[in-house]
Design a binder for this molecule. Structure first.
Ligand code: ADP
Ligand code: MG
Ligand code: MG
Length: 207
């Protein structure tokens, strides 16, 4: 059946860690242009701490995402730690049902991103991770009837487009906003890491 297992979810988180490690220097380079050059190392450190806590494997999605969220909050530092932490902490309770299909995972992702918005107050177009996450959710919902693999594929594509579109934006949240107009011309590092999160999900759920 078209359902996500706890093993899939753990594999997603491991893949996200691997992708962040692979793109660590790129994320830090983006952050050196409009921030303080630590986004790659922040995320890599946090996700290494997360993966260290995945043995023994968590029993269910609620336990997994609580561990991921709390570990990111306490080990990432910077703006992105509490924001990614909130995303995962809000996802867990939304995944309480036994059968996690495309609609259920989409709803959980939306609960997570709503939490990021509530915490960080960023709107679409503020040049943050929300510019990748929000269009990804809309694309997910539009494709959910076609199943998990299709929804994840659509979401990853939309995230990448959202990430690319941050290049021309002026930042209105986070450190990059201190640069004002000079923040334009650079891709937002958090939008880049958020795209890696959706691409890791796509690769995990590829049918
Ligand atoms: P810091 O800026 O504290 O060094 P990071 O470099 O780890 O933290 O993360 C920076 C990223 O966090 C930005 O590229 C942006 O995408 C994201 N971010 C910052 N502030 C906000 C916010 N208020 N809402 C959503 N995302 C934010
Ligand atoms: Mg930074
Ligand atoms: Mg910092």
């Amino acid at each position: 059946s078209d359902a996500v297992s706890i093993d899939d979810l753990v594999a997603w988180i491991r893949r996200f860690r691997d992708a962040v490690q692979q793109h660590k220097d790129e994320l830090t380079r983006l952050d050196s242009e409009i921030g303080d050059a630590d986004h790659g190392s922040n995320m890599a450190r946090g996700l290494d701490a997360v993966v260290a806590r995945l043995e023994p494997a968590p029993a269910d999605a609620a336990e997994l995402f609580k561990t991921v969220g709390m570990t990111l909050v306490s080990s990432v530092g910077g703006a992105s730690g509490p924001l990614y932490g909130t995303l995962f902490l809000r996802m867990g309770p939304a995944l309480a049902s036994d059968e996690v299909d495309a609609a259920a995972l989409g709803a959980a992702l939306r609960a997570g991103v709503d939490g990021v918005v509530a915490r960080g107050k960023a709107e679409l177009g503020d040049k943050t991770m929300i510019d990748a996450l929000s269009p990804a959710l809309d694309a997910w919902d539009a494709a959910a009837a076609d199943g998990l693999a299709a929804a994840a594929r659509a979401a990853a594509e939309a995230a990448a487009r959202g990430r690319d579109a941050t290049e021309h934006l002026v930042a209105r949240k986070g450190r990059a906003s201190y640069l004002g107009e000079r923040s334009a011309g650079h891709v937002d590092p958090g939008a880049a890491s958020a795209t890696l999160l959706l691409e890791a999900l796509r690769d995990t759920l590829a049918g």
